[in-house]
Design a protein around this ligand. Structure first.
Ligand code: AHR
Length: 519
């Protein structure tokens, strides 16, 4: 059911049912749609691995330098060089895994440049992101230090494009060998006697593009050669991640696996596709039409997950290889003055971006059985970021709050939902449960429609309580700025439980998470 009803009829229905302690403010002209969902708490999809909510930091623009890392002598409040406010916000959000140092940068990064006394580290040109010179003051030790501060698992992307198997092999030993070897002693002399215990290793990045412009068959050979030398040390077994396709490029996946001999080759543990949601408009000048076009890419993302997993299953029937999306998010038209001021690929984050983030996370939850890890691009000041910084200011973007709203799903079991919106895009849904706790995230992606959502529980299980948090804004281009950092923030929202029914009203362009108790 998805019929539009008049606002008067809706008001009568609401009053009759006697719920809505608080009513969301509706745009005067917004029509209301009635929607029905049925959650099946016993129809398990799979565990929503917290890793599906992971992040990515590159040496690009002001993501690492100037964003996360301000340096030990900065006047900006810092913890041993890390921007203090960013650390606090990221720690509060919980960052399951942080991928670094790229991106395209990874295949031009030589890790030895970033260890040892800072004043002796070489100054190198970042050829991918503007030919600027960086001083390598943020290297492996600084990355691991950041991960420890914010509680994230490190994921290091190795250099295949311009590096050697020896270089990657040595990086793994440097990080993970406990003690007594040349490289572990060097690590110890550089201040870290304890091994870093890095599990996640990317064998290159976008090797079909900036990582070497390779054909799939060529990369498959490189993958095998590099992977041969990535070894377990001291109880840490590397989880090796192969470069997957751009979007849903099946040819890449097929040729990569077809070129992989059966038998002794060290198969990847993860296979990572990249899927961006592009647009030709600048972030704060979106039209409703451009927004809908961008949102449609999330249907493409969902289809790519299903089809890439099916292909993987052909080559890996035992499902030993985890499908990953280790770069995703909105990529809008950059504004030259903003890039000039804040660095490459800096874009403002709006209410639309929060909806996009929630659409993406809902897709991942619905396919929790098919996915191992997903990393939004990127964490600070670049693309679909959760934080923006300017000098000593650091603000949380609507993307940050979208992740916060969906955080209660982490670690719970994703369950099936029957949605009357078969597109799963106008009204996007994911649901999860742990014992009697049920979490439901609803996304109304329509900028001009209020949705009155009635959600029943299959099997008529009773719902004793329902509370909700929501984020919405009448302006799809609304954003948090350094002067108005709280323009788009979540707030408590009305939801009701009655019998086996949960109900809420969703304002146009909104993300709502309902936490309910069964029984
Ligand atoms: O995230 C920005 C860039 O997008 C990354 O460096 C690259 O991997 C991708 O093309």
């Amino acid at each position: 059911m998805n019929n539009k009803v008049s606002r008067r009829k809706f008001a009568i229905q609401s009053a009759t049912l006697g719920f809505f302690a608080i009513t969301a403010k509706k745009a005067e002209s917004a029509p209301t749609e009635e929607h029905r969902l049925e959650v099946a708490p016993e129809a398990h999809i799979g565990t929503i691995r917290p890793e599906l909510h992971s992040h990515f930091a590159e040496h690009l623009g002001s993501c690492t330098y100037g964003g996360l890392w301000v340096g030990r002598n900065s006047r900006i409040p810092n913890i041993s060089g890390y921007r203090k406010q960013a650390v606090e916000y990221l720690k509060a959000l919980g960052i399951p895994v942080l991928r670094w140092p790229g991106g395209c940068f990874a295949d031009d990064y030589h890790w030895r440049d970033g260890i040892g006394p800072v004043e002796k580290r070489p100054k190198v040109v970042n050829i991918h992101w503007g030919n600027y010179v960086e001083d390598n003051s943020f290297g492996t030790h600084e990355f691991i230090g950041l991960c420890r501060l914010i509680g994230a698992e490190p994921y290091i992307a190795g250099n295949v494009g311009s590096g050697t198997p020896e270089e990657l092999r040595d990086w793994v030993e440097y990080c993970n060998y406990p003690a007594g070897s040349r490289l572990s002693d060097e690590r110890s002399a550089n201040g870290s006697p304890e091994p870093f215990k890095v599990t996640y290793w990317g064998i290159g990045n976008e090797n079909w593009g900036c990582g070497g412009q390779m054909r799939a068959e060529e990369y498959s050979g490189h993958y095998r050669r590099f992977a041969t030398y990535v070894r377990p040390f001291g109880g840490t077994t590397p989880f090796m991640i192969a470069c997957g396709p751009n979007r849903n490029n099946k040819d890449w996946t097929e040729k990569f696996f077809e070129s992989m001999p059966s038998g002794r080759a060290r198969k990847p543990n993860g296979f990572a596709m990249h899927y961006y949601s592009n647009s030709r408009l600048p972030a704060t000048n979106f039209t409703a039409e451009a927004m809908q076009q961008q949102f449609q890419s999330f249907q493409g993302l969902e289809q790519a997950i299903v089809e890439q997993r099916a292909l993987l299953d052909k080559f890996d029937p035992g499902k030993n290889i985890g499908l990953m999306v280790d770069e995703w998010g909105v990529w809008d038209q950059m504004v030259p003055e903003e890039q000039q001021k804040y660095g490459r690929l800096w874009q403002q984050i709006t209410m639309r971006c929060a909806v996009a983030a929630a659409l993406g996370l809902n897709v991942f939850h619905r396919h929790a059985d098919k996915l191992y890890m997903c990393n939004i691009a990127q964490i600070v000041n670049v693309l679909h970021s959760v934080l923006l910084t300017e000098e000593d200011k650091c603000i949380r973007t609507p993307t940050y709050y979208a992740f916060e709203l969906l955080k209660p799903h982490r670690g719970k079991t994703s369950v099936k939902v029957e949605n009357d919106d078969k597109s799963a895009l106008k009204l996007s849904v994911s649901a999860s449960r742990h014992e009697n706790d049920l979490v439901l995230t609803l996304v109304n992606s329509q900028p001009d429609t209020t949705m009155n959502v009635n959600c029943s529980i299959a099997g008529k299980a009773l719902v004793s309580t329902a509370t909700a948090r929501a984020m919405y804004h009448a302006d799809l281009n609304a954003c948090n700025t350094f002067d108005r950092p709280n323009e788009v923030v979540p707030r408590n929202h009305a939801a009701s439980a009655s019998g086996s029914l949960v109900r809420t009203e969703m304002p146009p362009l909104s993300v709502v998470t309902i936490t309910a108790r069964l029984g």
